[in-house]
Write a protein that binds this ligand. Structure first.
Ligand code: CP
Length: 331
C-alpha cells in the first residue's frame, strides 16, 4: 500500500480486515512499529471520530500524531496550478506539501468537497495535490468523494457481527447464508457530500467481487443516483420497503444529488428509518457513520434499540486506522 485514499489502494481486503481485528484483540501488539515516526493529521474540515480514532491508532503503534487544523489555524491554501495568487489564498499546496513531507512520515488529510464544482471534487483535486507534492504516503480522513477509513470500519463491523454468536444464532444466522446489506438514503436538513455512500458502495462491491458472498441493495428517491463508478454491482431501487425486506444490515445515510450536483430535491420525511420499517427485515443491524440527525435520518427508537450498532461501529474506527497506518509503516 503506497497511499490510502480508496479501496483501489488495498491489495487484499480480507487481509486488511483480519489485521484490524487482530489489533482489536491486542491493541499494543505492534507498539514499537511506529517508534520515532510522526503522523501529520491535517484537517480542512471538522471531525470527532476520525481525528480521535486515528490519534489513538498512531499512539497504539508508538507513533506520534500531530494535528493541524488548517481551516482554523493555517494559511489559506491554493490548489489551482498556475494560479495568480492575488486573492484570499496565501500559500500554494506545491510549497506547503513538500514541507509536510519533511516533517512527517505519513500525512493524513480531511478535505471535504465544495459541492459546487463537480469536476474539481470528482477529480479529487485537493488530496491528489498533496500526494503529488508531499512525497510521503497520504491517508484520506475523508476526501471530496470517498471516506475509506469509515468504509473499512463498516466492513470490520459487518464481519464482527456475522461472526459473533451473540449477534446471530447459528441456524438462521446471516453468516450461514448470503447477508443482505442495504444502503438507504435518509432525509437531512443540509446538502451533504456523497462520500460515505460512494465509499460504502465501492468497498462492499469490491468485497463481493473479491469473493465475499453478499447481496447489496441501494435504496434512494429518484434523482439521488450516485456515480456509477462506485455502485457497479449493486441493485438500485426507489422502493425503500422492498429494499429493506429480509435485510440483515441497514446502513442509513443522507447524500445530496450527484447528477445535478450538490442539490436537495426530494427530502421526504417518510424516508427516515423507523422501527416500523425494520419489521420486515431479518432483525437487521442498523449502521450509520455518525454524526446523525436524530428523528430526521433515524428515529430515537431505532438508535436507542438493540438493533443499532452505531457505537460499536464508531469504536471500530480505531482498528481500521491502526491497520492502515501499520500497513504504511511496514512498507
Ligand atoms: N464518521 C466520521 O467521519 O465522523 P467524524 O466526522 O466525527 O470524524
Amino acid at each position: 500500500m503506497q497511499n490510502f485514499i480508496s479501496v483501489h489502494d488495498v491489495a487484499d481486503i480480507e487481509a486488511l480486515l483480519r489485521s484490524a481485528l487482530a489489533y482489536k484483540a491486542d491493541p499494543l501488539k505492534d507498539r514499537s512499529l511506529g517508534a520515532y515516526k510522526r503522523v501529520g493529521m491535517l484537517f480542512l474540515n471538522p471531525s470527532m471520530r476520525t481525528r480521535l480514532s486515528t490519534q489513538i491508532a498512531a499512539q497504539n503503534l508508538g507513533a506520534e500524531a500531530i494535528v493541524f487544523n488548517v481551516d482554523k489555524e493555517g494559511w489559506a491554501l491554493e490548489f489551482e496550478e498556475e494560479a495568480i495568487m492575488s486573492g484570499n489564498t496565501v500559500e500554494h499546496v506545491k510549497d506547503a506539501a513538500p514541507i509536510m513531507g519533511r516533517y512527517f512520515d505519513i500525512l493524513c488529510i480531511r478535505t471535504f468537497p465544495s459541492l459546487k464544482n463537480k469536476a474539481d471534487d470528482y477529480s479529487e483535486l485537493y488530496i491528489r495535490q498533496f500526494i503529488k507534492y508531499s512525497g510521503i504516503p497520504v491517508v484520506s480522513l475523508e476526501s471530496a468523494t470517498l471516506h475509506p477509513l469509515q468504509s473499512l470500519t463498516d466492513l470490520i463491523t459487518i464481519t464482527e457481527s456475522l461472526e459473533s454468536p451473540a449477534d446471530s444464532g447459528p441456524a438462521s444466522s446471516p453468516a450461514a447464508r448470503r447477508p443482505r446489506i442495504v444502503l438507504t438514503w435518509a432525509p437531512h436538513v443540509k446538502a451533504l457530500p456523497q462520500c460515505v455512500a460512494n465509499s460504502f458502495s465501492q468497498w462492499i462491491t469490491a468485497w463481493a467481487r473479491a469473493g465475499k458472498p453478499l447481496d447489496f441493495v441501494i435504496a434512494h428517491p429518484e434523482d439521488y443516483e450516485l456515480d456509477e463508478q462506485f455502485t457497479n454491482g449493486a441493485t438500485i431501487t426507489h422502493d425503500q420497503d422492498a429494499a429493506l425486506k429480509d435485510a440483515d444490515f441497514v446502513y442509513v445515510k443522507n447524500w445530496s444529488t450527484y447528477k445535478d450536483y450538490g442539490k436537495i430535491y426530494c427530502n421526504d420525511p417518510e424516508w427516515m428509518l423507523t422501527s416500523e420499517k425494520l419489521k420486515n427485515t431479518r432483525s437487521a443491524k442498523v449502521m450509520h457513520c455518525l454524526p446523525v440527525r436524530r428523528n430526521v435520518e433515524l428515529s430515537d427508537e431505532v438508535l436507542d434499540s438493540g438493533a443499532s450498532i452505531v457505537t460499536r461501529e464508531a469504536g471500530n474506527r480505531v482498528w481500521a486506522a491502526q491497520a492502515v497506518l501499520a500497513g504504511l509503516l511496514k512498507r
